[in-house]
Design a binder for this molecule. Structure first.
Ligand SMILES: [Zn+2]
Ligand SMILES: [Zn+2]
Length: 382
């Protein structure tokens, strides 16, 4: 479920001018056909609304063949989740699954927000997020709210500090040590995921749709891991993720977890934008999982799985029509209104390519809607 995966690489690869070599999909995986893609979007082929029109390749490209043996689809057999498959799997809209929420639902509601009017997504800072991080948590919360169209807010963070080579949680009634590992050689420290998840589980408020912990600490799961970007447990509604490796000034060894190099090659402005952009993608991808949206195999999409950081970084910020339809039915969002809000965010934070994509998409939808309006007016006259 985690976006970066238990990466064995983790290093940005240099961009070659030659077309990338293709690697085979993992045995048993078959790329979806055009017919399967249309079915996955979930509308009748003759009545796909403009907001979900997938035909213009300026907006949506088919998920391409792996170019590295570490790519997600070269390693994992993803089944794909169509819109209808999502409706079968998603517990939020079924009254029989009310046990998921400790807060009472309004049974008359059709969407997540109508059924759970008090429901919120909570983000918890795990350790410090100032100075070193070059990221403002409020920007991430702002983005997640605009993207998901569900209220997103923070919970008081876990107060962590480093004492000698140990990571310690400070609470009002004392301190306790968390499992971590430390390299004398590089003075790099990693925090164990299994020591953080139970702390988050204890924090889940009654009105929480889910709780996601974010940290600047580098994380690991097992001793053999180079690192682990994070872990989500949808059944427990909690996840924790690290944005440590999203810093473009860092390069990572593919052999040793503690071997990390820092360069000054990236300007402060680009660093800030890239860390925010990568973190925004991570947060909505992981919350998407907690809302039961699986990995996407239909288009290049923010819900694609990734086997390593370079694959993660090249994935787009937008949702494909399949996953946008899932989110729409879940939340009742207005597609153009959502795009307008995302456009404002992208412009504010200097994400020019994304802003251009969103702006063009809004114009496309409006033009298509106008054409359809004219057609139905003509039909009425006939
Ligand atoms: Zn994922
Ligand atoms: Zn998708």
């Amino acid at each position: 479920m985690n976006k970066g995966g238990k990466s064995k690489t983790g290093k940005m690869k240099s961009i070659s001018k030659r077309p990338p070599r293709c690697e085979p999909y993992i045995r048993g995986f078959k790329a979806p056909s055009e017919k399967e893609r249309i079915q996955a979007i979930g509308f009748d082929v003759k009545n796909i609304p403009p907001a979900y029109n997938h035909t213009d390749t300026d907006f949506f490209t088919h998920l391409s063949q792996p170019t590295s043996v570490d790519d997600c689809l070269a390693q994992y057999k993803e089944d794909g989740q169509s819109f209808r498959g999502f409706l079968w799997q998603v517990p939020w809209l079924r009254s029989s699954m009310d046990t998921l929420m400790r807060t009472t639902s309004t049974r008359a509601g059709k969407t997540l927000t109508e059924k759970y009017p008090k429901g919120k997504i909570y983000i918890v800072p795990v350790g410090n997020f100032d100075e070193v991080s070059c990221i403002a948590l409020e920007d991430l919360i702002d983005y997640a709210g605009r993207f998901l169209c569900v209220p997103v807010t923070t919970l008081p963070g876990l107060n962590l500090k480093v004492i000698e080579d140990k990571v310690v949680l400070e609470e009002h009634d004392g301190e306790c040590e968390l499992e971590s590992r430390y390299s004398e050689e590089s003075q790099h420290q990693q925090l164990s995921i299994s020591s953080v998840l139970p702390l988050l589980r204890d924090k889940v408020p009654e009105d929480a749709l889910c709780v996601i912990g974010l940290t600047m600490y580098d994380l690991y799961g097992e001793d053999s891991d180079l690192f682990m970007s994070g872990l989500a447990s949808a059944s427990q509604k909690v996840a924790v993720f690290s944005i440590f490796r999203y810093d473009p000034r860092l390069t990572f060894s593919t052999e040793f977890w503690y071997d990390i190099k820092e360069t000054e090659d990236v300007s402060d402005k680009d660093r800030k934008r890239l860390v925010l952009q990568r973190s925004c993608k991570l947060v909505v991808h992981e919350i998407g999982h907690l809302l039961r949206i699986d990995h996407c195999i239909y288009f290049d999409c923010c819900m694609n799985g990734s086997g390593h950081l370079a694959e993660d970084f090249r994935q787009p910020m937008h949702l494909c029509p399949v996953d946008l339809h899932k989110l729409q039915v879940l939340t009742g969002l207005d597609v153009t209104d959502r795009y307008e809000k995302l456009l404002e965010f992208c412009k504010k934070h200097g994400m020019e390519c994304e802003a251009a994509w969103v702006e063009k998409r809004i114009l496309f939808i409006q033009a298509e809607e106008q054409k359809q309006g004219k057609k139905s007016a003509l039909k009425k006259r006939d």
